[in-house]
Design a protein around this ligand. Structure first.
Ligand SMILES: NC(=O)c1ccc[n+]([C@@H]2O[C@H](COP(=O)([O-])OP(=O)(O)OC[C@H]3O[C@@H](n4cnc5c(N)ncnc54)[C@H](OP(=O)(O)O)[C@@H]3O)[C@@H](O)[C@H]2O)c1
Length: 420
């Protein structure tokens, strides 16, 4: 797939958009959609258009109540005035670490959630369709392909309902160069284009605080999409966005808990103070993202967000961990220059063997997170500012460490290259 396929042009002209709408919804606006679990290719939902009975599976999920036809045909009433049960939220990246919690949070707040998923989801595609349905219980699951605009549009069309809001938790699972552009830019853009075509007037994007200082491909891909999302809102004042840029996730900081418990030293770069973050839990971030669906103060905002409490350096995280396990702190300090040497070597090799492009990128990602704070960057002082980084939620890293010590890292697995 071309990384910058022009066919999925982002800015939708108003006239074309309106025309599409009329074609799609005026002839027979549909009232109910129900999910079937029979393995159809696409779309996954069966639609009651002719009074014929639904094909309903044993796992009958909550029906989608379509928005009234008038919301599509007449000048739009903002979805924000509607009851959550009448607001259709399309979630892409619904099967990821954050996406799963976002789906859970939105369904618990009463929204009509349509979760787009792959037929084999999760890390290394380990989850079957049934696993995914189980995991996303409470949402209507639409199996589709976000990397293919045509397929995605057909799937959304097959739902037979309009979309009010798109929430994207899509992310490259490995951070490789091509995959980042394919997912963090192009697939995310596909979800915007498809969402817009079927009525979405608000887009909530899971981005990352580190895009402030973009040195990596996935950051550039995210920034390109962020810019296009903002442009879309500038050009159509009926459209809004919320760009959420979180600090570090718990899963990224839990990798050494079991090692320390087993008596191994805590490994850190330099003096352990090269970087800091305000870690946020999946649940708290999901709650913040769900706030972005309706809250007016989140409209057209770029929202950096961290968890509760003060910013923590790796040294402080290590000290916290040793205190919890009741052992004398034992640190292994690795000079950051080792990483610079490895990256320089890989960059040299890439010139000869272009296939090593991703390996070199993974080295750069490791280097970035070893030295850059996940906090607000102040370009005037050239420093990160912990005080300026907003906090949200209740879950602390200490509670998380305690839980991992008791229960292990299940559910906190890293991505396919064990970097994210
Ligand atoms: N780790 C951190 O500390 C941290 C901090 C701040 C921000 N972030 C940002 O948060 C994001 C990562 O969130 P996360 O950990 O929730 O991600 P994740 O667990 O890796 O989930 C990625 C989601 O994208 C989907 N996806 C990936 N490739 C796909 C493809 N080819 N086709 C269809 N769907 C695809 C996955 O679907 P499948 O389940 O089908 O694979 C999954 O639903 C990144 O953008 C990262 O920059 C991370």
């Amino acid at each position: 797939m071309s990384l910058f396929a022009p066919s999925s042009g982002l800015t939708l002209l108003q006239s074309t958009k309106d025309q599409n709408f009329r074609q799609l919804f005026s002839s027979h606006f549909i009232n109910h959609v129900q999910v079937r679990t029979v393995p159809y290719a696409t779309p996954f939902l069966s639609v009651n258009v002719s009074g014929r009975p639904f094909r309903v599976s044993s796992r009958k999920l909550k029906p989608i109540i379509a928005s009234a036809a008038s919301t599509v045909e007449t000048p739009k009433i903002s979805f924000r005035g509607k009851n959550p049960k009448d607001i259709n939220v399309l979630v892409v990246g619904s099967t990821g670490y954050i996406g799963k919690f976002v789906v859970k949070e939105l369904t618990s707040r009463g929204f009509n959630v349509i979760a787009v998923a792959r037929e084999k989801s999760g890390i290394k595609g380990k989850n079957s369709k049934d696993d995914t349905l189980e995991q996303l219980n409470g949402a209507n699951v639409c199996f589709s392909d976000v990397t293919n605009l045509e397929t995605l549009e057909k799937s959304v069309q097959g739902l037979g309902v309009s979309i009010d809001v798109v929430v994207s938790c899509l992310a490259s699972r490995n951070g490789g160069v091509k995959d980042s552009w394919n997912i963090d830019y192009e697939a995310t853009k596909n979800s915007l284009v498809a969402g817009r075509k079927f009525g979405a007037s608000h887009f909530v994007l899971l981005s990352a605080i580190c895009v402030q200082k973009p040195l990596l491909e996935f950051q550039r891909a995210k920034l390109k999409f962020e810019a296009e999302l903002m442009k879309e809102a500038e050009e159509d004042n009926g459209f809004t966005y919320s760009i959420v840029r979180p600090t570090a996730f718990f899963k990224s900081l839990g990798g050494q808990v079991e090692l320390v418990k087993d008596g191994k030293p805590y490994v850190m770069f330099g003096d352990g103070k090269l970087c800091a973050c305000k870690p946020i839990s999946e649940q708290d971030l999901a709650s913040f993202m769900a706030d972005c669906v309706l809250k007016e103060d989140k409209i057209n905002q770029v929202l950096p967000i961290g968890g509760p409490g003060k910013a923590l350096t790796p040294l402080e995280q290590g000290e916290m961990l040793f205190k919890l396990v009741g052992k004398e702190p034992k640190f292994l300090k690795v000079p950051i220059e080792i990483m610079d040497f490895a990256i320089g070597f890989l960059d040299f090799l890439v010139k000869i063997f272009p296939s090593l492009e991703d390996a070199a990128e993974f080295g750069k990602i490791g280097r970035y997170y070893a030295a850059e704070s996940m906090l607000i960057w102040d370009p005037d002082t050239g420093e990160y500012n912990a005080e300026a980084t907003p906090s949200y939620g209740n879950d602390t890293l200490e509670d998380f460490f305690q839980r991992v010590l008791k229960e292990g890292m299940a559910g906190q697995e890293l991505g396919e290259q064990t970097i994210f």
